[in-house]
Every structure is written in C-alpha cells, then in structure tokens.
Ligand binder design. Structure first.
Ligand code: NAD
Length: 253
C-alpha cells in the first residue's frame, strides 16, 4: 500500500458514544470509516460529522450478533469503501442485574452482542486483512472484566474479549495483523446514563461520585478512549499485540 492510499476502518456501535468518537478520530487519522450500528439511519450523524471534517464514511445497518447481517455488512463495506484492514469491535449493550435476578435472555443478549458479535465481525474481516498482509483489530473490553456487582453477564463478556484478543494476536500475527484490547473505566455516554437511571441517581450526581474515586478526579470522555484505540489501530503499533490497556484515569485492582 502506498502511503497516500487510505485504509478502510470498520467501527461497530459507531452511531454514538465511544464508537462515534472513534470513527471520527480514525477518519481524522486518514482512514475511510464504515460506521456500523443496529439502525443505518442512526449512523448518519457520525457519518455526517466525518464528512464535515473532510473525511469519507459509510453508514451500514447491521446487528453484529447475526452472522448473515455481518457478512452482508462487510460485503457492502468492501464494495463501497474497499477491503477493511482496521476493525474496532465496540458495539455493546448492558442488561445489568444481580445474579439471582438475571434472566437467561439478559445473559444471552450481552454475550451475543459483545462476544459473538466480535467473533463474527473479526471472522468476516480477517480474510481481507490476511489478503492485505496487514490488519489491526481493537476490541472494547471494560474495567468490569475485573468483576463488577450486577454485571455477571457483562463482566464475563468483557473478560472473554481479553482472551479472544490474545488468541487473535497469536493466530493472526504472522499475517501482519495485530489484536489489542482497550478497557475503559467510567466514560460519559448513554450507557453510563442508563446505569445511573438503574441505580436511581441523577447522571450528574452519578458522574461526580465516580470522579471522586478516580485518581485523575474526573470521568472519561469518549475521546479519551478513541485516543487509545487510535494508537492500536495505527501502523505505528505493529509490534504491540495481544495487550489490554485499561483507560480509566488510574490503575485498577
Ligand atoms: P453506547 O450505548 O453509547 O453505544 C453503544 C452502541 O452500540 C449503540 O449505538 C448501540 O446501538 C450499538 N449496538 C448495540 N447492540 C448492537 C448490535 N447488536 N449490533 C450493532 N450495534 C449495536 O455505549 P458506549 O458507552 O459508547 O460503549 C461502547 C463500548 O465501550 C461498549 O462495548 C461498552 O461495553 C464499552 N465500555 C463502555 C464504558 C463506559 O463507561 N461508557 C466503559 C467500559 C466499556
């Protein structure tokens, strides 16, 4: 690839939050960006923001936990933008509850979106990376991978993604492909707003309580996470693989 040729990056869950910030950042770094989310129309604001900043982006509607939709989405990306060699598995949902109240549906939904979704997306994209002899996979884990009350499903999925990442690094390294994981702490998005609502706190109050426990004394912004993803997604990170970077304003236990 010449230095002027643009790479194609895929960001799942890119309609809002961390995914939207990541799509914008990867576009600013010179990638064409496919923004995948459940609803194609919901991807438009991210796509427009990329275009307004002078970049190239495509909105694609797909449920990452559905293999047929994933295959179709990646085919569309290849046809309209080119073969993807950067993949950010960011799509996510919460179905929090204490274990004794957690339904099988809530377990399956969370495992399906985070783990199965990342598996399906990576499987669909890796052949293009192998063909190119180059690839970057970044999986969104979480501080919850270390265990978090009310999140047995989410913690299991986010810890699972770390094992998935390390295995990808071992299997795909010889094709010029790296795989790394970014594990955010508390970041201000609709997801954390939803958690505040569940625990019966105002979002501002919830953020202040979280910030007081964080060494840098503030909560994270989507751009804080996008900055870390952008490093792993860059050509410069070619000797960094199978790593988990906690981006949480301090160390975690
Ligand atoms: P968010 O809820 O704001 O955005 C998630 C996006 O994923 C939404 O646009 C949603 O529609 C999309 N999505 C959900 N299910 C999907 C599916 N099946 N197929 C395609 N898209 C789907 O969340 P966020 O806070 O921006 O989180 C992004 C990622 O970062 C998630 O993986 C989340 O678990 C992780 N994370 C977030 C935080 C935080 O504090 N916000 C902390 C740690 C990890």
């Amino acid at each position: 690839m010449s230095t002027t040729e643009q790479r194609v990056a895929v960001v799942t869950g890119g309609a809002r939050g961390i995914g939207a910030a990541t799509a914008l950042r990867l576009a600013a770094d010179g990638n064409k960006v496919a923004v995948i989310d459940l609803d194609e129309a919901a991807c438009q604001s991210t796509v427009q923001a990329v275009k307004d900043a002078g970049g190239t982006a495509l909105a694609v509607g797909a449920d990452v936990s559905d293999s047929a939709q994933v295959e179709a989405a990646v085919e569309r990306v290849v046809a309209e933008l080119g073969a993807p060699t950067v993949l950010v598995n960011n799509a996510g949902v919460l179905r929090d509850n204490l274990l004794f109240k957690m339904s099988e549906g809530d377990w399956d939904t969370v495992l399906n979106v985070h783990l199965r979704g990342s598996f399906l997306m990576t499987r669909a994209c890796q052949k293009h990376m192998v063909d190119a002899g180059y690839g970057r996979v970044v999986n969104l884990s979480s501080s919850s991978a270390l265990g978090n009350r009310g999140q047995a499903n989410y913690a299991a999925a986010k810890a699972g993604l770390q094992g998935f990442t390390k295995t990808l690094a071992k299997e795909l390294g010889k094709f010029g492909i790296t795989a790394n994981s970014v594990a955010p702490g508390f970041v201000v998005t609709d997801m954390t707003a939803q958690t505040a609502e569940r625990v019966g706190m105002g979002f501002e109050e919830f953020q202040a309580a979280a910030a007081s426990q964080i060494p840098v004394q503030r909560v994270g912004r989507p751009e804080d996470i996008a900055n870390a993803v952008a490093f792993f997604a860059s050509p410069d990170a070619g000797f960094v693989s199978g790593q988990v970077l906690y981006v949480a304003g301090g160390p975690l236990n």
